[in-house]
Design a protein around this ligand. Structure first.
Ligand code: HEM
Length: 510
């Protein structure tokens, strides 16, 4: 520890003692006026934080037991932060849809996340208000509108052709394929091209993917998130975060600058800049007037482009990994899917984006995978815009409201044999007509959240998963590798993934 760290530590402790006395003697804070739902009793100062840490499992895996004990909505004190955990489908629907605008904000970011969000200048982190509205409107129209999705179809074709080649090469080299790893690379390649309109080297894609992974890990909740007051004590982590931010900017800024020069020259596409001016997401950001910020600077551009990778890579590839896990262990389901593909386009026919929408069994498999293996057990953290009533309690604006979307997919009163992977339930069973967006009333699964902050990438994410799955199953039969038996144990690494990444052998179908 350097001298300055020691000094800051001492100053923090003094401040902490002051804060502790003040917050526990005062009865006028918003939280103390509000009536929060009861929850597990905590320890002085740290609340429930160490009870969770001592369980040696990630917070999300502790929720089912707490839900059993404290009911559909309960409160947890995690250091300085108060978390209201909402688990019942009715309350989640009430908060996110019926009272949508009241629960549409985000809580304060941790000091480390602020380094990467540049003061919450991203769709996912911006507070509910004009900046979020402008960023989200731009995101939807410039990245995922039907017109843009159609315009970028060739990017997926190009990347998926290479993907097939990489699968074959990896299988030849190692004897199996690491599903998550190979799919990650391809999804990253697609998103980089959509974002910057450029084809870049494979090394550069890997660098972007690696730095994105590191950013996701460093911005996951750590001790300082729960004790912002102690931030000065965590100088080392802060320096590490700033260094990583520098690496991230060095990795992405050249792409932004190249694209800016191309847009300014107004040239036509070439072998590197493959999308015409106006067709890449970043083009729309150059001219965007962001409320409260004005024209966006380089740092904000890096953050907004990174958001596409952070939000779009892990989620989609985690879904793919779980789907392949199920296909490898349930060969009957895989063959039924192959049958649907052959019937629709033939053994060698090109599977287009227009085909995957009209393959009921393919879609049922994805929905069942999202139900049984949702990559997100929680939505992102929400916050009320002002003190608001929910389930008979008053929720103040200064607490995190955490929506646990996992429980509704495990609830035996909503699903028959909820633990069983059975895509057919979406064709003729308890999944028929299920609405994944929460717009039609009662909810049974919300893997993308619901309401104002619902995932804007739903259609793009599902398209990537559908298309990759269909093409990978058309070309290869996927079978287990005896040395690495598929193991469904879960772990949390930004999304819920397989603790032992799936390795599968591939057998060409033709
Ligand atoms: C299958 C894949 C995906 C899943 C399961 C998923 C899931 C989610 C969930 C649960 C949320 C939180 C909603 C909330 O806080 O209430 C979210 C937010 C978000 N997602 Fe996705 N997502 C996926 C793919 C994508 C893709 C491909 C993109 C973009 C390229 C994307 C962009 C975003 C953004 C920007 C937000 C923040 C929205 C806001 O705060 O207004 N997602 N997603």
């Amino acid at each position: 520890m350097e001298l300055i760290d020691l000094f800051l530590a001492f100053a923090s402790l003094l401040f902490l003692a002051f804060w502790w006395r003040r917050s526990f003697s005062s009865s006028s804070s918003a939280a103390s006026k509000a009536i929060l739902p009861p929850g597990p009793p905590g320890w002085p100062f740290v609340g429930n934080l160490f009870q969770i840490i001592l369980q040696r499992r990630h917070f999300i895996f502790a929720i089912p037991d707490l839900r059993k004990k404290y009911g559909p909505m309960f409160t947890m004190k995690m250091g300085q932060r108060t978390l209201v955990i909402v688990t019942s489908p009715d309350l989640i629907h009430e908060a996110l849809v019926q009272k949508g605008s009241s629960f549409a904000s985000r809580p304060p970011d941790s000091p480390i996340r602020l380094v990467f969000s540049i003061g919450k200048c991203a769709v996912n982190s911006a507070e509910y208000g004009p900046l979020w509205r402008a960023l989200r409107r731009n995101f939807v129209s410039e990245l995922i509108s039907p017109l843009r999705v159609k315009q970028c179809g060739w990017i997926r074709d190009w990347a998926l052709e290479r993907h097939m080649g990489r699968l074959e090469a990896e299988s030849k080299r190692a004897g199996f394929v690491d599903v998550m790893d190979t799919c990650r690379f391809t999804v990253c390649q697609i998103l980089v091209c959509i974002c910057f309109g450029a084809k870049i080297s494979e090394e550069w894609i890997r660098d972007i993917d690696n730095v994105t992974k590191e950013v996701m890990l460093i911005t996951m909740p750590h001790l300082p998130d729960f004790f912002p007051i102690l931030t000065p004590l965590f100088g080392k982590q802060m320096r590490k975060a700033k260094q990583l931010r520098k690496v991230q900017v060095e990795c992405l800024l050249p792409l932004i600058n190249n694209r800016r020069a191309f847009v300014q020259k107004g040239e036509g596409p070439n072998s590197e800049m493959v999308s015409p001016v106006g067709a890449a997401y970043v083009d729309s950001l150059f001219g965007l007037d962001a409320p409260g910020r004005g024209r966006l600077g380089d740092q904000e551009l890096v953050t907004l482009c990174t958001e596409v990778f952070v939000a779009g890579i892990d989620t989609s590839t985690s879904v793919l990994q779980w789907v392949f896990y199920e296909l490898v262990v349930n060969q009957g389901i895989q063959e039924k899917l192959y049958g649907e593909i052959v019937e629709r386009v033939g053994k060698e026919g090109r599977i287009g984006e227009e085909h995957v929408e009209t393959m009921p069994y393919l879609n049922a498999i994805i929905k069942e995978s999202l139900r049984v293996h949702s990559p997100a057990h929680f939505t992102l953290s929400h916050a009320a815009t002002e003190e608001t009533e929910l389930g008979g309690y008053r929720i103040p604006a200064d607490v995190n409201v955490e929506f646990y979307i996992e429980w509704m997919t495990e609830d035996p009163s909503l699903w028959k044999d909820p633990e069983v992977f059975r895509p057919e339930r979406f064709l003729d069973g308890d999944g028929v007509g299920v609405d994944m967006t929460g717009t039609k009333g009662a909810v049974k699964m919300l893997p993308f959240g619901a309401g104002r902050r619902t995932c804007p990438g739903l259609s793009l994410g599902v398209l990537h998963v559908n298309l990759m799955l269909a093409r990978m199953v058309q070309k290869f039969k996927w079978v287990p590798v005896p040395e690495y038996p598929p193991d469904p144990t879960e772990t949390f690494a930004f999304t819920v993934v397989m603790k032992n990444p799936l390795k599968a052998a591939i057998v060409p179908r033709l």
